[in-house]
Design a binder for this molecule. Structure first.
Ligand code: PMP
Length: 371
């Protein structure tokens, strides 16, 4: 390809550089992990790995799924894993997607029809925003976790109404006021959809998520659990009624037009979930580290939230990069979250704590951040 043919791309990239928001792919190296979503260390757990190998050899003769679920890519194991996930999460039915992104895109693009309304939290994940963009429904955001603003939006909504929230917000690490939101949805006859990506494996006795922890399963129209975080692998399940499952199989394009998850992915999902009930000590260690971090950091601006995602507001792309650079130099893998990923003035360090981090590592993190 000639240089000229990519000139328009170079121009756009130069604009990004000028805004100090150029994105690049980096390897973590051997730094302390304060970045990955592997909250419980299951992506590197030797027992889980051994179980994955056993499952892969025992459960299915092929290593590829060979097609879309509607063609050759449906197989017995995938159906039984879906039902097992639904049972674990106390839902009537579940449908697997290849990723959380695919699940949100596929659900939100097909549920709302012309005349319907989708109302979503202003901090909702990009995958839901993209699904909403593809939908024929009208859509509004409401102020982050602001129940009064949600009610205002509900009053003006028409048709079938869908409300989208996350149980743990991916950039701020705070919890949605889920009981109050569920009550409002009931009052206005709205369908509540909860993205449990960052609560899966973390909240609840066995990591069932916030909805089950608060006993709100009956109040949800759909729940999305993703496996790229605490489960330590890849994929997602949408939980809901049998009818919802049938609807998605028929209308959800990111489910229909793609090769289904391979058996290796199923093995990793099954092994990750099998470990959840035995991760009590890890969840307690994680809570202790979160407490240590929040109590130790006194001189910095920290967003609310007792979850593994801790957001330190550093404000400004330059400043945020500088502090992230100092942490990297100290051997700590913390990444800057810059504008335009977050609004101007909300640039931050997104620090992720894990059960395998040590108290000494968290102390070092606090020391560098306070210096
Ligand atoms: N929802 C939320 C809240 C997320 O944080 C993410 C991942 N960043 C996704 C969905 C997408 O999940 P996946 O990585 O499995 O595509």
């Amino acid at each position: 390809m000639s240089k000229d043919s990519t000139f328009f791309l170079t121009q756009l990239l130069d604009e990004r550089r000028a805004q100090q928001s150029f994105r690049e792919l980096r390897l973590p190296g051997d730094k302390v992990d304060f970045c990955s979503n592997d909250y419980l260390g299951l992506a590197r757990n030797a027992d889980v790995r051994a179980y994955i190998h056993t499952l892969m050899t025992e459960r299915h003769p092929a290593h590829g799924s060979t097609g879309s679920r509607l063609l050759a890519g449906n197989y017995e194991w995938i159906l039984s894993v879906e039902q097992d996930l639904a049972n674990f999460h106390q839902a009537p039915a579940g449908l697997l997607y290849n990723s959380g992104y695919d699940a949100n895109l596929g659900v939100f693009s097909c549920l709302g029809r012309k005349g319907d309304t989708i109302i979503y939290d202003q901090l909702i994940h990009a995958s839901i925003r993209d699904g909403v963009r593809l939908s024929a429904a009208q859509s509004f955001s409401f102020l982050h976790s602001d129940v009064a603003d949600l009610e205002k939006k509900l009053r003006n909504a028409g048709g079938n109404i869908f409300v989208a929230v996350e149980s743990v917000y991916s950039m701020d690490g705070d919890l949605a006021p889920l009981a109050a939101i569920a009550a409002l949805c009931r009052q206005y006859g709205a369908h509540l959809i909860v993205d449990e990506a960052h609560a899966t494996g973390i909240i609840g006795n066995a990591g069932e998520g916030l909805v089950q922890h608060l006993q709100l399963t009956d109040q949800c129209f759909a729940r999305i659990h993703t496996f790229g975080k605490a489960v330590g692998c890849h994929g997602a399940v949408v939980l809901g009624s049998e009818i919802l499952r049938e609807y998605l199989i028929n209308f959800s394009r990111s489910f229909i037009y793609t090769t289904s998850l391979p058996p290796a992915a199923l093995a990793a999902i099954v092994a990750g979930y099998a470990a959840f009930p035995y991760m009590k000590a890890e969840r307690e260690q994680l809570s202790a580290l979160i407490r240590q971090f929040r109590e130790g950091l006194t001189a910095v601006e920290l967003l609310a939230g007792n979850t593994p995602i801790q957001a330190v507001l550093t404000r400004g792309n330059d400043n945020t990069r500088k502090i992230a650079g100092a942490l990297q130099s100290a051997g700590l893998d913390v990444r800057p979250i810059l504008h335009p990923t977050v609004p101007k003035g909300a640039e931050r360090l997104r620090i992720v704590l894990h059960s395998f981090n040590t108290a000494a590592e968290v102390d070092m993190l606090i020391k560098v951040l306070q210096s």
